[in-house]
Design a protein around this ligand. Structure first.
Ligand code: EPU
Length: 430
């Protein structure tokens, strides 16, 4: 590398990884990113002061806090607790400068329609995974009385009277289920959401809404019944633990071997994943503190197919691909949720992985060792997967653009280091 380029590279924020033997010890799993973002949006439903605990200190939470602040809501953090004060009058708008950074900001639509009666939310557009439409959110909300118009890149939404109805989702979309639930909680009468998403984060949101005085029954199953109520109240609530963060440390264990405890993790939220990990050679069991996991030899390959919960999460797929890259044998991975979620594969190939992709499929022939290389994180999970791969690579793996990882993981490098990994987040500006 020429000196000038080398200097630029040295100045970049990056994560450096070196293989360093087995992982050992305990790691605290934080609150689920994909739950807390929706709980924050749900605070728009009513005036007053909310406290949300077990909130990870991650970039996406900071952006959602900015989305709320732009509306006139006050958000402050002390330790792992967020205090959210929603005043009586708010500006029900989410600008493009924020929504383009955080797709999940569309979760404000349902609560704004239920709490204020109108909203203007800039459409975030597609991303590295492919198109990310919100047509199902809109169809579901229309069924209970909301009206929509799209102009100037914004969704303009209004609802004079929300009225309970049957909502049959075309697909169990997480975001659509949540938006309809958050609006239906204040509708007149009963809403039945069929083909609802069943993720633990949906059940967590229902728990939050019920704590507020809502009547949501069946969250966690495919049929959710919401009896609308006239009043809701602000609450204190603790976020469910992050099953994808837990899966990330189990993937790291798989490639580095060792024995770890995932404090606060929920085995019951990762049943199919843990069965797949078991096939590959990672043992897991419930532990009084959370989940215990062990891996003592080289991983074995397995076929992997992503599906909505309780199937194998698409968010775990990059981590499983990193594991299969160094497993014994051949694994076939099929992505069923997002069309473009294989971008990081080229980075793994640069590290010596033997992977061929064809449409929604990847064929991975495990190699003995990877070789450390400069690679680039393209999204949260892809970035985490590259760090995981670096634990099984000779030499140094340098992951640039680690801000993607910071979007969803609190102190990822620090937590891995505490388990004995040689991982360092270099922040030259600090
Ligand atoms: N879809 C539509 N129309 C819609 C909504 C979704 O066609 O109106 C399609 C999507 O394009 C996609 C599929 O349905 O192909 C699944 O999308 P879903 O709505 O279930 O996902 P999401 O709510 O946008 C959440 C998580 C994602 C996770 C997916 C699937 C949050 C903030 N995000 O997204 O998490 O991959 O569910 O489980 O909750 C991550 O954490 O890195 C992440 C991307």
């Amino acid at each position: 590398m020429e000196r000038g380029h080398q200097d630029d590279f040295d100045r970049q924020d990056r994560i450096e990884v070196r293989a360093n033997g087995p992982l050992e010890g305990a790691v605290a799993i934080g609150g689920a990113k994909n739950s807390v973002l929706k709980l924050m949006a749900a605070c728009l439903l009513t005036e007053g002061t909310f406290v949300i605990r077990n909130v990870p200190d991650i970039h996406d939470v900071a952006v959602m806090a900015d989305v709320l602040r732009a509306m006139g809501v006050s958000v402050s953090r002390v330790g792992d607790a967020l205090t959210i004060e929603r005043p009586e009058a708010i500006i029900p708008e989410a600008p493009y400068a924020l929504t383009e950074q955080l797709r999940a900001s569309t979760a404000v639509l349902g609560p704004l329609l239920a709490g204020i009666g109108h909203a203007r939310v800039a459409l975030p557009g597609g991303d590295d995974f492919g198109p990310r439409p919100i047509d199902m959110h809109i169809a579901g909300l229309e069924a209970i009385g909301c009206r929509f118009e799209i102009s100037g890149g914004d969704v303009h939404a209004a609802a004079d009277n929300l009225v309970g109805n049957s909502v049959l989702l075309e697909y169990p979309s997480v975001g659509a289920t949540e938006n309809v639930m958050m609006a239906a909680v204040r509708a007149k009468g009963t809403t039945v959401i069929d083909n609802a998403a069943r993720e633990p984060e949906i059940a967590d949101l229902a728990g939050f809404l019920n704590h507020m005085g809502g009547h949501v029954i069946g969250a966690g199953t495919s049929t959710i019944t919401v009896d609308g109520v006239e009043e809701l109240r602000p609450v204190e609530y603790t976020v469910v633990s992050d099953r994808i963060e837990a899966a990330t440390f189990m993937a790291a264990l798989g490639v580095a071997t060792g024995e770890i405890t995932l404090v606060g993790a929920r085995l019951d939220h990762m049943a199919i994943l843990c069965r797949k990990l078991g096939e590959m050679g990672v043992r897991t069991s419930s532990d009084p503190d959370g989940v215990w996991a062990m891996c003592s030899g080289r991983l074995r390959s397995a076929d992997v197919s992503t599906l909505p919960y309780p199937g194998l999460p698409t968010d775990c797929k990059p981590l499983l691909v990193a594991m299969l890259s160094v497993a014994e044998g051949v694994g076939i991975v099929t992505e069923n949720l997002f069309s473009g979620r294989f971008r990081y594969v080229d980075e793994l190939v640069r590290m010596g992985a033997d992977i061929r992709t064809e449409g929604h499929h990847a064929v991975i022939r495990g190699v003995d060792r990877l070789s450390g290389a400069p690679v680039r994180a393209s999204d949260i999970r892809a970035g985490a997967a590259l760090v995981v791969a670096g634990l099984a690579a000779d030499g140094i793996t340098v992951v640039s653009d680690p801000h993607h990882i910071d979007r969803g993981y609190e102190d990822f490098a620090g937590k891995l280091s505490a388990l004995g990994a040689d991982v360092c987040h270099e922040r030259p500006g600090d």
